[in-house]
Each structure stands twice: as structure tokens, then as C-alpha cells.
Design a protein. Structure first.
Lengths: 113, 108
């Protein structure tokens, strides 16, 4: 247990659905991250939030929409996804965006039909 | 951005010591070196971190030479449960580049 929780753990959705992934950290950190890990590929950084402000968007398609209402919560809103978006979505947090260590949640396994 | 290079895979047997070396030739002066472990369908887990020389904790040791252009993760007496992917990362958390890591397979 790293202090970072993610819900749901598994999600199956159709291409026309709208769903949201939730991440919560109980570590008092100020930076939160979304990563995507496709099968047999390295983790790809998607978004970075530092003190609730988005500081990085690594050319992520607009069908992925992040939201960070406070330093403890991070959401990833999904709409009109494609089958190739099926992956493990990981949330992480760190003291701030220039920290040395991240703590990861267990991930959400997303399947897009 | 400091990129790292590690072997794609390694095999070992239970009870052996495993050393995984990572190269990071363009490491910056302020960068720390961090190693993570990842099991299938789980998030990476922090193992150990260091800046220079040697660091040891209850799980592993990390050896860093004086030039800091490489580092070696040492896992003493591995068990089957150490089968995982190990990532070497350098730099601040908002600029990390995860490579493919080293897939360690431990056999009975």
C-alpha cells in the first residue's frame, strides 16, 4: 500500500461511452501524474499537475481530459475512446514536480471495445 | 532529459545475487538515481534511491561510481517473488522517461 489509490481497478467501456478514472493520494503531496502503459510498452507520461496546476501535457489526445480539483485528487475523464486506448492507466504522486521519488497507485486496467 | 539504458532481460536462480547495471551518461549534477520494481498489472514500486557511492536498505543495495554515469542495483539472494521488471530512472519526477526496464526472471 503506497498511499495512492485508484478506482475503478478494472473498466470496460464502449467507444461511445463517457467514464472517469479517479486517483486519490493520502501522502500530503503536491504533484500528481497520469501515466499510460500499453501492453509490453514503457510507461508514457500523460499529464502532470503541480499544486493543482497542469504543467505537462505530453501531446495527449483531447479524448482524455484531466481534472485536479485539489492536491489530493486527480481524475481522468474519458470520452469517445478507441480500442488502442486500452491499457493500464497509472496515477502517481510526489512531494512536488521537482521531487526525486514518485509513488504509484495500483492502476486501472481499461478495455475499450 | 537524462535517458537510461539497461539490459532488456536477465535470468537468475533462487538464492543467487543479481546485479542490474544501468547507464545514464548525461546525468545532471542535481539528479538522483532511483530504481523501481513493477509486477504485471501493478504500479511501479520504489526500491532504492541514491546520489553517489553506496546505498543499502532492507531490500537492495545501490552502487554508484564517482562519475555517476552508471549505477548497479544489487538484489541479494533473490527469490521467485523477485521476478519483475526493474526500472532505473534519473532526474526530477515531472521529466522521467521510463524505458523498457530489465525483466528479471528468477527460476527455482
Amino acid at each position: 500500500e503506497t498511499g495512492v489509490t485508484q478506482t475503478p481497478r478494472h473498466l470496460v467501456m464502449g467507444m461511445t461511452n463517457k467514464k472517469s478514472l479517479k486517483c486519490e493520494q493520502h501522502l500530503g503531496h503536491n504533484a500528481m501524474y497520469w501515466y499510460k502503459q500499453s501492453a509490453k510498452k514503457p510507461l508514457e507520461l500523460m499529464f502532470v499537475y503541480n499544486f493543482k496546476e497542469q504543467t505537462e501535457n505530453n501531446s495527449v489526445p483531447s479524448r482524455f481530459s484531466p481534472e485536479c480539483p485539489n492536491s489530493s485528487h486527480l481524475f481522468l475523464h474519458l470520452h469517445t475512446l478507441q480500442p488502442e486506448d486500452s491499457a493500464l492507466y497509472l496515477c502517481a504522486s510526489s512531494q512536488d514536480a521537482s521531487a526525486d521519488t514518485q509513488y504509484f497507485g495500483p492502476g486501472t486496467r481499461l478495455t475499450v471495445l | 532529459l537524462a535517458k537510461t539504458t539497461q539490459p532488456i532481460s536477465m535470468d537468475s536462480y533462487e538464492g543467487q545475487e543479481v546485479n542490474i547495471t544501468c547507464s545514464h551518461n548525461n546525468i545532471a549534477t542535481n539528479d538522483y538515481i532511483t530504481w523501481y520494481q513493477q509486477f504485471p498489472s501493478q504500479g511501479p514500486r520504489f526500491i532504492i534511491q541514491g546520489y553517489k557511492t553506496k546505498v543499502t536498505n532492507e531490500v537492495a543495495s545501490l552502487f554508484i561510481p564517482a562519475d555517476r554515469k552508471s549505477s548497479t542495483l544489487s538484489l541479494p539472494r533473490v527469490s521467485l517473488s523477485d521476478t519483475a521488471v526493474y526500472y532505473c530512472l534519473v532526474g526530477r519526477t515531472d521529466k522521467l522517461i521510463f524505458g523498457t526496464g530489465t525483466r528479471l526472471q528468477v527460476f527455482p
